[in-house]
Design a protein. Structure first.
Length: 321
């Protein structure tokens, strides 16, 4: 059975692993992916949108399977040449990846909104899903660490997430509008999936765009989160460290508390199966399976579990009403 319209909220690498399994399960034109853009930044004069690119490259079958970001087999000759001028060029842009940023930057400078540029890139790469930035306005995650104020990429890539986080702000979020199509995709969905991304820096910025949280709360569709944690640890990145530092327990319960009133159900790893009854006590339906998406087969299984859980929540609701 096809699930109807599906809307996913997504960050980068973890989200992309789920989406490569989810996309083939949804009829063409029925999957909308709302992507975090608070990681975006300007490097060497170019506008980089890492989460959009990771999602697009993965769905286009181009992504580097080991790094998770960038293009498989890409070379870094331009970066090496740049390092001849600027020794500390720490953010790596591959030669083929550069084309994506050149195209985006040129169009942005000409006044084209990011959502339209992303739609063009989606089509050019042959991706069947609709990929929307969360907003056309600039939103930036600012990380206050014990060492000072950092942009998100400085914190994550340059400083390798070594510093302790004191607070996070999503600069510009309050004045931002959801990109065209974002609210409608939430309203019209039959299931909404929160991808296994860092809740604090990938999903929270999307929720911080005015109107998005309310739309999720009001949505008829069940909201199903796929936990990014396995036994308290993320597959990649500093989510657990950040969560602990900011007082969010790195567990399915901590995640449920963080997503609060928008959440209906959660897919968790078998390692966390003890949390199923605890989530149930809070009204969160949960299912567990091996969530480590090391192969396309595992991605499909996790995506199917999220859709099945969403459908069962919907059926329960229909029975109750
Ligand atoms: N991550 C790194 O750890 N080092 C890099 O040099 C780097 C470059 C890069 C270039 C383009 C792109 O789309 C992503 C890139 N990433 C890099 C990944 C990115 O910093 C993060 O994974 C995301 O922002 C987190 O979602």
């Amino acid at each position: 059975r096809r699930p109807g319209k599906v809307t996913a909220l997504a960050g980068g690498v973890g989200a992309a692993r789920l989406l490569r399994g989810l996309a083939p399960l949804v009829a063409r034109g029925q999957l909308t992916i709302v992507v975090n853009t608070a990681d975006d930044d300007v490097f060497y004069g170019l506008n980089v949108s890492p989460d959009i690119d990771t999602v697009l490259y993965t769905l286009a079958g181009l992504s580097d399977p080991v790094r998770g970001w960038g293009i498989a087999g890409d070379t870094f000759q331009a970066l090496e040449a740049l390092r001849g001028y600027e020794r500390d060029a720490w953010f790596q842009l591959g030669d083929r990846d550069l084309a994506t940023h050149l195209f985006r930057t040129e169009r942005l400078r000409a006044g084209t909104p990011l959502s339209q540029i992303t739609a063009l890139q989606t089509r050019s790469l042959g991706v069947g899903a609709r990929v929307l930035p969360m907003s056309d306005e600039t939103v930036r995650t600012i990380v206050e660490t014990t060492g000072g104020r950092r942009s998100f990429q400085e914190y994550l890539v340059r400083d390798r997430a070594r510093e302790t986080v004191r607070s996070l702000t999503y600069q510009g979020a309050r004045g931002a509008k959801p990109a065209p199509g974002v609210l409608a995709a939430i309203e019209e969905a039959s299931v909404i999936v929160i991808a296994p991304s860092n809740p604090l820096v990938s999903i929270a910025p999307i929720l911080a765009v005015p109107g998005v949280r309310q739309a999720l709360r009001r949505a008829e569709a069940p909201v199903v989160a796929v936990s990014p944690l396995i036994g308290g640890r993320p597959v990649k990145g500093p989510a657990d460290k950040m969560m602990r530092a900011l007082g969010v327990a790195p567990t399915p319960l901590g995640l449920a508390d963080f997503y609060e009133d928008v959440l209906d159900a959660m897919v968790i790893d078998t390692a966390d199966r003890a949390f199923v009854p605890k989530l149930g006590a809070r009204g969160i339906a949960a299912t567990c399976l091996d969530t480590l998406m090391r192969s396309l087969g595992r991605s499909t299984a996790v995506a199917r579990a999220a859709l099945t859980l969403g459908a069962s929540v919907r059926e329960q609701r229909n029975l109750a009403s």
